[in-house]
Structures are given as structure tokens and as C-alpha cells.
Design a protein around this ligand. Sequence first.
Ligand code: TTP
Ligand code: MG
Length: 624
Amino acid sequence: MDDLAQSVDFCAVNNHQRTIIHIDIDCFYAQVEMIKNPALRHCPLGIQQKNIIVTSNYLAREYGIQKCMLVSEGLQLCPQLVLVRGEDLHDYRQVSAKITSLLHRFSPQVEKLGLDENFVDVTNLVAERLMESKGEESVDGYVYGDLNEKCECGCKKRLCIGSYIAGEMRSEICNVLGITSCAGITYNKLLAKLVCTIHKPNKQTTIFPCSSLALVSGLQNVRGIPGIGHRTHETLQLLGINSVTDLQNSNLASLQKALGNDLAIYIKKLSYGIDDSPVKQTGKPQSIGLEDGFRKICVESEVKDKLFTLLQRLLKLLFEDGRIPGSIRVTVRKYDSTQKHSHRTSRQCNIPASLFSSGACHNKNEPVSPKSNEKLMTLIMQLFHKMVDISKPFHLTLVGLAFTKFQERKTGKSSISSFLINDISVQSVLNFRSVSSEADKMEYSSIYQSPHISMEKSDLEPEPSPKKTRRDFVCSRSNVQFSSEEEDVPIRMMCEGPSGDSVDNALWADRGLESHNEQTVGIQTIPLVGSTSSGVTRKCPVDSQMSSCSSDTAHDVSNDIEFHCPHNVDADVFCALPHELKKELMHAWRIERNETSPISQSKKVTLCTKPKQTSIYQYLISNK
Ligand code: TTP
Ligand code: MG
């Protein structure tokens, strides 16, 4: 044992104070389909996205059907396998949201992980129940390892209560939604997630501190530790670290040299079952994107068609989300046939909020006007041309689009911004089946990801909900699948969390060939309307901004113009205002911004005079 190991007391009081429950829904997509069509309950059922079975019911698993298996393989194993298309994620997302909202009845601290997993911190609820408890120490469900926890911090009692709360949660989900799930109960997220998988389906498992080391050490490979992603794993392999025991015994200094201080300590702690990360309340994603993979596209018009179709899908998702994006990102994956190697690259630029204003926005089937659609496509193609020189031969295997830098539409009824914005904050329900016929014809698949999931701190690659058994399988699959003969891959949907963590369950889509040199994009925390973060100001007039694409991160155009239109304000209206009014409006806006923005408050920005009673700001308010 090295210094860190010696300095860690695994039964230290402060390690076990929390009670964390991890809930994972059984064969999620399959359960949703079986609810929609109960006849499917009696058949082996696979959920198909393009040529892959992304999950199956437990009956199908008895035939050896596994997640991410090729449809052809699945049918060989089980010819009577019933396949249901799972590309339209609408229903899964709806059920997922309902599950999370049910869990909120137990605690506000619910962190969504992917579509079918949630961490819930029930520490406070446990404390309440502890006061009413008569001191009995029984466990609801299974226990991993030793039940006779000797720790004196009181964790045993707390975790016993936690196990009953987990049972209540699962009953609630089952009673209300008819969905079964598994739960892991313990004192940190890492162990809760790991122990959750021990007894499945429709079961729950509690682990006490005395067995934590056994659980982590029992993993075959370090890659099985949620939080150790692809890149870290590669580095660890180079250091000769393969098993969890290798990592435990590794020299911390060498690890720090290879991975950096924080990550080295973080993963070393994980290898001992120590995870201090909090359950973060899930917010809206930082980016909403779709990608489409294919064998080969080498003609610009085909790229444009793909991007157009992606844009139409994405606009509907955006409409459903209800926020206004400040930036759009285009991604391509280029294949180099001489090197037999592909890599991703992305470009993004700011977009004017006026494209999404109510004047331009119609309904969920036509989320923006044809003019806005056209402008967006122009921007997208400009970004595309920055990455691909179409005067030379090119070979693409993936294109993607994502909206980022979101702003909420509502800024308060009486604010000048709400006057100018033309609010369209209707949270609609988007049904992909009602999408235009062109998009419907296409084989669609998307993986919706919920926010802040990546437990890995250094890897820039999209990191999924860390289901390692799946991931390992997926990697081997993708190696087979994506040679130069690669199959079409499903479109996937990605979201980046408020923390900037990017998540992506569809690893099977592009592992293997990828060199992971994707440029990192400027993911920022969702700015408050009127905050001082970049993207708040916009260049006027709109058209000049439309052409301002930047090469790698979103370009804030606010520095090089005479007037800045406040972000989220209709640029057309703003531009139409006379010079003096613009000035006055900006002044009032800044004051409001300084008053509302925590960032500004902390910085105490210089502007502090109140708007005049006769200002346009006051005038507009009083005249609304
Ligand atoms: P999982 O929780 O991994 O799988 P599951 O819920 O179907 O099965 P289990 O009982 O083992 O928990 O993933 C949740 C859903 O995510 C799954 O139903 C289908 C989808 N999914 C993908 O879209 N792509 C993938 O690669 C995987 C593994 C899952
Ligand atoms: Mg599941």
C-alpha cells in the first residue's frame, strides 16, 4: 500500500454519512414497448435501432440475446425474436421523465444518468425516519457481502432504512407506471451503481462499508469502474495497470505524472470504493444534438441532405425543450482511406435569437419559419465548408448537429426583454411519428442523454453512463463493425450537462475508428438572460452575424460592433430602433442585468444608476 492507501481509513466516519440509492430500470426500452403493447410480454422481444439490438426483454435474454448485438446474430440465436423499432425516443423520454419525477417525491436531490438510471440522495429522509425508528436493523432486499457491519458511525442503521426507502421507490414506480427496476443502496454513488447490478431484474441490493473493497476489487478490469473512461483506461494500460488491484497498488506519483494530480487521486480513490462526488440535481442539458453515421458520403449535396434532415429533427427537439440556443455546432467524421483512420472535427458559431422568435416560430411541426430554416442551413453549410474542402475528394462517415449556449425564453412579464422577445415558451410534446414524411422515411435512431453524467474527469471523449460490461462489449463490436466496410450506424442524440460533461451511450456508433481528436467545443453553463457571460450580446444587424462563423469555438462577436443587441432580444426590432433609443435601451438592460445576474452581483459591475422614469424601458413597461 502506498501513501494514499495508508492515509485512507475506509471505515472513517465521514465516509458513510450519506445514504444514496441508485435506481436502474429493467430492460427499459423493452418495458416501455411492452406497456404500449402488452401482447409483447409473452414474446422474446428485441428493440432495434438500425441493425443493432440495443436491448431486449428478459425472456429474450434467456436465448442469449445481449445488448448491442447485431440483429442478424440475435435472429440466429432466437428465430422467434420479435423486433420493435426503437429509433423514436419520444415515449422513452416521457417515461423517463415520469420516473425521475416520481423519485422527486422522496428527495429533491435526484441525478438522472442516461434515460433509465437515477441517483437519489436520501440522507435527509433517512435522518427523519431514524428519529422515528425503534432501532431494528433489518434490510429490505439482498445484501452484498457481510451484513454484520461493525462501523460505529451509525451507517448500518441508516443504510437499513435506506433499503426500505429504495423498496418504496421501486414499488411506487411499479404501481404508478407498471415498470420494474433494480436498486443499489449504500453511501456513495460509485458503490450504489456497482451494487445495483448484482441482483437483477426487479431486485435491490444493499452494501455496507465493510464489503466495499470486495465489491470494487471483484471487478475484472479497471475499465469496470464507472469514472474510468476510454482514454484513462488507455493510459492505465500503458502503465501496466489492468486490474483494480493493480490500480490500488500503483504508485501514486507515477499515476499523477501520467494523468494529472486530480484525476490520479480521483481514480485511485475509486479503486478503493471511495467516491465523494455529490448527487447533482439534474438540470436541462447544455447541448442538444443529433448525429447520423453512415458508410460513406463524398458528395456535398448528400451531406446537405443529411444535415437538413438532422436539422428538422433537431428543431423539433429544440421546440420541445423550450429554450433558445445561442450557438450551433456542426460535426463531421472524416475517413482517411490511406491511413485507415477516421477522426471527428467540429465547428460552431453563434446564431441570432430572432431565428427562434415567435414571429418565426409556428408549431411543433414547423418550429421555425422557412426563412429561419434557410438561414440556419446557410450557417451550417458555412461551418461544414470550414471543415471540408469540397474541391478535393472527401469521405465522411458521420455528420452531426448540436445546439448549445441555451437561454431561457422567459425573463419576466414586465421586463423589456419579454416585450422584445416574443415569447414562445410553450413546452410542447413532440411525437416523432408526426414528423414530416421525408424524415420519417429515414432510418432513425437517437440516443437521448441526460445531463452531467460523465464521472471521468479528464477524457474529452463523450462518456456514457458508465456501464462497463456494455461498454467493453460495445468496443469490441465496433472494432468489427467499423472497418472501411463499416455498416450504417444509428443516429444518436446527445446532450451535454450543465457541468459541461458530455455523455453518449451510443458508443457502438463510432468507437474503433475514431482517433478522439474531436475539438472540444465551448460548453458553458446555461447563462442567465442578461448575464455577463459571452453570447449575451449580439451583433446587429442579423445578417452580418450570420456569416460570422468561427473555426473552433463559438465566436463572441460582441467586441467588434457599434451596437450590441441584448441576447434573446429580437434583433430585427432592436435594429429598427433609432440610435438614441438603442443607447437608452442598452443602458436600462445593463442595469437590469446587473441587478439580476449573480455573476454581475458578485463582480459589482460599474453600472448602477437606475433607469430614468422617462426611459424607453419605463415607457414600455407602463404601456404593456
Ligand atoms: P441499460 O440500462 O443498459 O439497459 P436496459 O435497461 O435495457 O437493461 P437492464 O435491465 O440490463 O438495465 O440501458 C437503458 C436503455 O438504453 C436500454 O433499454 C436501451 C438503451 N440503450 C441504447 O440505446 N444503446 C445502448 O448501447 C445501450 C446499452 C442501451
Ligand atoms: Mg436499465
